[in-house]
Design a protein around this ligand. Structure first.
Ligand code: C2E
Ligand code: CA
Ligand code: CA
Length: 557
């Protein structure tokens, strides 16, 4: 902001004195901001910078109103209610006027004058109400205001365009810039989810992308605790948009709008501008102190991952697997997390790949196994003797000493190997079928059970399935989640259940989030169920309490 000179002060400002220095200072500040925007318009600033100024002014006016509200509340002023109604009306009028304008210099210049006029009318009115205030209140008001959000706080809302078509990304970034807003484009969902994204950012998300589709992007961000505002874009028909909206609703994810391609440019410019104001107004209302971003990948370095594995920062969370017929708990899947002293709890999709790429996975898997055997003792002390499933990576299948080392860990805690299931994804097995068969057989011969995870995505042949000594088949959760709306997904789930039966394997459906899906799976004869409907993964002590509350006096195994 440029330094003020005496000649640059708003000529009308001195006439609005209440006699209370704190209130007067607030108004002067707001009027100066309006004056600066007005000057910019007069000097012929670009439309995009004026648009930015105009939007900022609406947000600043709302912030000023909240400060005024605080003062009146502290004074228990009799006109508080009426003032709030009047304030609400002004903000609504400002938004309406702004949104109905053409986005050009003259029109936005006129809007700034309109805003000034609305505010001055409000101040004249308020002055009548605040007349004859006791100046002894000055101190109290200064104290009060010091804890409030400043007038021109720069709550920023970032906009992202995520679409696999480069041309479309460029176009949308360009269109957004016409609204005076900056957007960042991504052509890959996978790359995008690694960015620092705040819950208050706006994401224009294409649903149909080859590397990671839009719903997967939403799900991944949701699992990281990140729920930004989405505008969904699809080249498909309304049905796709509708079913994604339903998914979002169950998770309380805000889908501000659904758009079908091709997008109406003019409408979009106005829409994004309006959404940006509304989000900022919402944000300043909730007094969010700072932008809270999820930026795990950028922060967790390889060094930190190494330290985490060696300094025992890994922890296991457990998710129950229930028998679909009897509803009894059959066991728990151990899912690793990294509890970092500064970065907080970090999920496996942020570090497993890094461990695999940097030759750390064998060490990580060993640590997971060690933790699982330690936790097993905790379960046993709570009177629970569950089956435990542990996830391993493709690279673990290259380590010939692995079966022996795992068996030794279990034996050290007197854990029968039969209660441990080793889960391996279908794609991991496909990477090294012949090499892995040897190790898989050795694990099986020692008594471990073997599960083929995320089944249905990797195209393994029946022969491969038949050759490998698997005892369990886990249907990929994406099929389970979609099975009620998508006939293809339903067919895949049915085939998986049949295949498991034919090959004498236990079928497991994971990702069950609704009773309807549970019922359908029970009807199809699936054996075991896992998913948020039953429980999210939880730490071992919470898991023991869950068993006590949900399934007391139950035998496992
Ligand atoms: P996975 O083995 O397929 O595990 C299931 C994932 O789905 C878990 O995510 C779980 O929290 C999540 N999930 C379970 N039920 C539901 C549900 O109803 N709805 C939704 N939306 N999600 C559900 P998590 O814990 O983030 O793990 C992600 C992946 O990381 C795992 O997928 C697994 O491939 C890998 N992973 C986890 N722990 C380990 C480990 O110790 N070693 C290795 N190598 N990989 C691991
Ligand atoms: Ca698994
Ligand atoms: Ca899985």
């Amino acid at each position: 902001m440029p330094a003020k000179t005496a000649s640059e002060t708003w000529p009308l400002a001195p006439g609005f004195n209440t006699g209370l220095a704190a209130i007067d200072a607030e108004r002067q500040q707001l009027l100066q901001l309006i004056y600066q925007a007005h000057r910019l318009a007069e000097q012929g600033a670009s439309t995009s910078s004026l648009l930015q100024q105009a939007r900022d002014l609406i947000v600043c006016t709302a912030a000023y109103f909240r400060r005024e509200e605080m003062i009146m509340q502290a004074l228990k002023h009799p006109t508080l209610e009426a003032t709030l109604v009047a304030q609400g009306k002004i903000i609504q009028n400002l938004q309406q006027d702004f949104n109905s304008r053409a986005f050009n210099r003259e029109s936005i210049g006129e809007f700034i004058i309109f805003l000034k006029d609305c505010l001055i009318a409000h101040i004249i009115n308020a002055n009548k109400n605040l007349a004859a205030l006791d100046s002894a209140l000055n101190h109290k008001i200064v104290d009060l205001l010091s804890s409030a959000e400043p007038l021109n706080s720069s709550h920023c809302v970032d906009i992202y365009i995520v679409d696999d078509e480069q041309q479309h990304v460029d176009l949308m970034v360009e269109i957004t810039s016409i609204a005076g807003l900056a957007a960042t484009g991504f052509t890959s969902g996978k790359l995008f989810i690694e960015q620092p994204i705040a819950n208050t950012d706006i994401i224009l998300l294409d649903l149909n992308m080859p590397d990671m589709d839009g719903i997967e992007v939403m799900r991944t961000l949701y699992n990281k605790g990140c729920t930004p505002i989405y505008i969904l874009v699809s080249g498909f028909d309304e049905r796709v948009l509708h079913s994604v909206k339903q998914f979002a609703d169950t998770k309380n994810i805000i889908v501000a709008k659904k758009l079908s391609k091709p997008i109406n440019t003019k409408e979009f410019i106005h829409y994004i501008s309006q959404l940006h104001i509304e989000t900022r107004l919402q944000l300043s209302k909730s007094h969010t102190p700072q932008k809270q971003t999820i930026n795990i990948k950028e922060k967790l370095s390889l060094e930190q991952l190494k330290t985490a594995i060696r300094d025992r920062q890994l922890v296991l969370f457990y998710q129950p697997k229930l028998d679909l017929k009897s509803r009894k708990t059959s066991g728990f899947e151990a899912l690793v997390r990294l509890q970092h002293p500064e970065l907080g709890l970090i999920f496996p999709d942020q570090f497993i790949a890094m461990a695999e790429e940097n030759n750390l996975i064998s060490e990580l898997t060993y640590e997971v196994f060690r933790l699982a055997t330690e936790d097993y003792v905790t379960f046993r002390e709570a009177g629970i003797k569950p089956n435990i499933s542990i996830n391993i990576s493709a690279q673990d299948l290259l380590d010939l000493s692995m079966p022996e080392r795992f068996a030794a860990l279990a034996k050290a805690q007197h854990i029968p190997l039969e209660v441990i299931t080793i889960e391996l994804t279908e794609t991991a097995i496909l990477q090294s079928v012949s090499d892995s068969l040897d190790i898989l057989n050795r694990l099986r011969m020692k008594g471990f059970s073997l599960s083929i995870d995320d089944f249905g995505t990797g195209y393994s042949s029946l022969v491969q399935l038949y050759q490998a000594p698997f005892t369990e088949l886990k249907i990929d959760q994406h099929f389970v989640m979609k099975m009620l709306e998508d006939d293809e997904a339903l067919s895949i789930v049915k085939i998986c259940i049949l295949l498991a039966k034919e090959l004498n394997m236990t079928s497991v459906a994971e990702g069950i989030e609704s009773q309807e899906i549970w019922d359908k799976l029970a009807q199809l004869g699936c054996d075991l169920a896992q998913g948020y409907l039953i429980s999210k993964p939880v730490p071992v002590d919470v898991c023991c309490r869950w068993v006590a509350e949900n399934q007391p006096a139950q035998s496992f195994g």
